[in-house]
Design a protein around this ligand. Structure first.
Ligand SMILES: *Cc1c(COP(=O)(O)O)cnc(C)c1O
Length: 381
């Protein structure tokens, strides 16, 4: 199957007991056993281990990312945590120096006393990255494109190094989605998603996912999830599964609108820099063309004045764009990273990364582009 067919049919079967075309919401915690230890269906005993609605979603996730196994979690951070918990004191993890704020907070705060050593490095400097690898290194953690400056890193080039040193390689694919970028095909071992964003796609739930290329590692991570418990419930599993069925259509429009918004902003007198991989001016435009099918719906920009107040006044004046946390839904959102999405990243670190006071991040939705541009124009002027 090709991608647009997979989002609808990949890993899916009609419900065996009733023929229901769409997966029912199996709102049950447990499953009957005619004889002790012999459940009616061998996969289903207690829903922390497996629930048929979640299984359907997990099979869809594995299918669209080309992995052997999908696992659905109660949030994106729960998915990341499940993986990190499999490491022990003395193990070392190398991560991109530009990460989702909550991931950075988990690595530097929650795992501070775990004995697991985290290194943060710009993975565009492949020599520096490779120089950090030693016999204790176990995992490489990458996010591309990054949030909110849309920095990219070359997944295939990093995978070559992780393979040489026998390391696990995980990629947070939340921003790109498998419609635009397939890390497992490029050599990664694990894909992580905040399914809260584009996979769910409607800003109506919190969910996370791991998709694993190797079936044995998938089994190990399923055991970790089963034994620690951060699973996704059947109702939310149904909603993410439903979201995935239109992922290709939504992403297509997100990309079209994102490009037009980025070009509009780049030509606007009040705007200084626009961060969007689809612009010629973007430092990672060539890598984006090589590694991604198109450029997504996330656009960040700064003001010519450089003033924080200009950002605030813009964010107070937008009408169709909603000022809110999160991204990836059908509706357009705007965010002020220094006080919202990136408040958990220390001020000094933020400035090093280029997250300035006047930076605004847009999650461009799938509304009519004319209405979006009109809203941006009135708020800017
Ligand atoms: C939102 C987000 C996360 C965290 O996911 P939650 O579902 O909020 O726990 C991780 N990575 C990226 C890139 C995100 O945007």
């Amino acid at each position: 199957m090709k991608f647009n067919t997979k989002v609808i049919h990949g890993g899916q079967k009609h419900d065996a007991s009733t023929g229901a075309v769409m997966t029912p919401i199996y709102q049950t915690s447990t499953f009957a056993q005619p004889s002790p230890g012999k459940p009616i269906h061998p996969d289903y005993e207690y829903a922390r281990s497996a629930n048929p609605t979640r299984t359907a979603l997990e099979n869809a996730l594995a299918s669209i990312e080309n992995g052997a196994r999908g696992l659905a979690f109660s949030s994106g951070l729960a998915a990341t945590d499940c993986l990190i918990r499999t490491f022990k004191s003395g193990d070392e993890i190398i991560a991109m120096d530009d990460l989702y704020g909550g991931t950075y907070r988990m690595f530097t705060n929650i795992y501070k006393d775990s004995g697991i050593v985290f290194h943060f490095v710009d993975m565009n400097d492949l020599d520096k990255f490779e120089s950090l690898i030693n016999e204790n290194t176990k995992l490489v953690w990458l996010e591309t494109p990054t949030n909110p400056l849309m920095k990219l890193a070359d997944i295939a080039a990093i995978a070559e190094i992780t393979k040489k040193h026998n390391l696990l390689f995980a990629v947070d694919n939340t921003f790109a989605t498998p419609y635009l970028q397939k890390p497992l095909d490029l050599g990664a071992d694990i894909v992580m998603h905040s399914a809260t964003k584009y996979l769910g796609g409607h800003s109506d739930l919190i969910a996370g996912a791991l998709i694993i290329k190797d079936a044995d590692l998938g089994k190990k991570l399923h055991f970790q999830q089963f034994a620690t418990g951060a699973i996704l419930g059947p109702m939310d599993s149904f909603l993410v599964l439903r979201g995935i069925k239109t992922l290709h259509l939504r992403m297509q429009r997100h990309c079209e609108n994102g490009q037009k918004v980025a070009e509009f902003l780049e030509n606007h007198a009040k705007v200084k820099t626009v961060y969007y991989p689809g612009l010629q001016s973007h430092p990672f435009h060539d890598l984006a063309k090589k590694q991604m099918k198109a450029f997504g719906g996330m656009v960040s920009f700064t003001f010519k004045s450089g003033k924080k107040n200009d950002a605030i006044s813009f964010l107070e004046k937008i009408k169709l764009f909603t000022l809110a946390e999160s991204l990836g839904g059908v509706e357009s959102l705007a965010n002020h990273p220094i006080v919202m999405s990136h408040a958990s990243v220390p001020g000094k670190k933020r400035l090093e990364l280029g997250i300035t006071d006047d930076l605004v991040r847009l999650s461009v939705g799938i509304e009519d582009i004319e209405d979006l541009l009109e809203d941006l124009e009135q708020a800017l002027s």
